[in-house]
Ligand binder design. Structure first.
Ligand SMILES: [Zn+2]
Length: 218
C-alpha cells in the first residue's frame, strides 16, 4: 500500500492533529492555519565547523516548542511528519538534497534509546528519506560514550562533554552525508558528529535541523 493511501486510511481512525495546538487538521496537512502563521522560518547563517552547509526549518521559539516536545514524547505521529516535511522543503529549495548520497540521524546512546524507546532524529531522517528519496543510514554513526545532558552547559562545557563521544564506520567513505538532528543550540553536537564522519572518510557533510535556537542557550 502506498504511503499516501495508508496515511489517509489511518486518518479515518486516528484523525490528524496539529502538533502545536492539537486541533484536528486534514490528513495531509502539517500544521493548522493559525499555528503555521505563528511559526518563524529560520533565516540565519549558522556554520558548523567541518560541514559544507547548515539548514534549519524554524527558529526554536515558544510557537514551535509544543511540536518539538511531541516529537520527543513520540505521542503525536504528526510532529515528525510536519517538522520533517518543512525541513525537506527547505533542503530541496537550497539544492542540498541533490548533493546527498545518504541521510544519517544524530545518534543517541543505546542507554537513552532504551529509556525513550526511539531516536527522534531518526524519525525526522526517515521523513526526509521518504520525501527526498535518499537512503537513511541509522547504523554507521554511533554514540559510544554516555554523556551528561547538554542543558545548562556553556559552549566550552558542551564541547568538552561531547569529546570522543561519537564514532563513524568506514562504510561512509566517499559518501556525501546529510546529518540530521531535531534542535541545534550551540552546534557542539553536530560539530562532534561531523568530525567523526569526516574521520571515517566521507566526501562531505551537510547539517540539517528542524529548529535552530536564536541564542546559544536552551
Ligand atoms: Zn495548530
Amino acid at each position: 500500500m502506498g504511503y499516501l493511501l495508508k496515511r489517509k486510511l489511518l486518518h479515518i481512525f486516528f484523525p490528524n492533529r496539529c502538533p502545536v495546538c492539537g486541533e484536528l487538521i486534514g490528513a495531509m496537512e502539517r500544521f493548522c492555519v493559525s499555528c503555521a502563521e505563528r511559526l518563524t522560518p529560520y533565516e540565519g547563517s549558522f556554520r558548523i565547523e567541518g560541514a559544507e552547509s547548515f539548514t534549519a526549518a524554524f527558529v526554536y521559539d515558544d510557537a514551535v516548542k509544543p511540536a518539538v516536545f511531541l516529537l520527543k514524547d513520540g505521542i503525536c505521529g504528526n510532529a515528525a511528519y510536519a517538522l520533517g516535511g518543512e525541513l525537506a522543503d527547505r533542503l530541496k529549495a537550497e539544492g542540498a538534497s541533490k548533493d546527498t548520497d545518504v541521510i544519517v540521524p544524530a545518534p543517541m546512546h543505546s542507554k537513552d534509546i532504551r529509556r525513550r524507546g526511539f531516536n527522534q532524529s531518526a524519525l525526522i531522517a526517515k521523513e526526509l528519506g521518504r520525501l527526498l528519496d535518499i537512503p537513511v543510514d541509522t547504523k554507521s554513526v554511533v554514540k559510544i560514550r554516555h554523556t551528561h545532558t547538554q542543558k545548562g552547559l556553556g559552549k566550552g562545557g558542551r564541547a568538552v562533554n561531547l569529546r570522543s563521544a561519537f564514532t563513524a564506520s568506514p562504510t561512509l567513505k566517499g559518501k556525501r552525508v546529510l546529518l540530521v538532528d531535531d534542535i541545534c543550540t550551540t552546534g557542539s553536537t553536530l560539530r562532534e558528529i561531523t568530525s567523526a564522519i569526516r574521520k571515517a572518510g566521507a566526501a562531505s557533510v551537510r547539517c540539517a535541523c528542524c529548529c535552530k535556537t536564536n541564542s546559544h542557550r536552551d
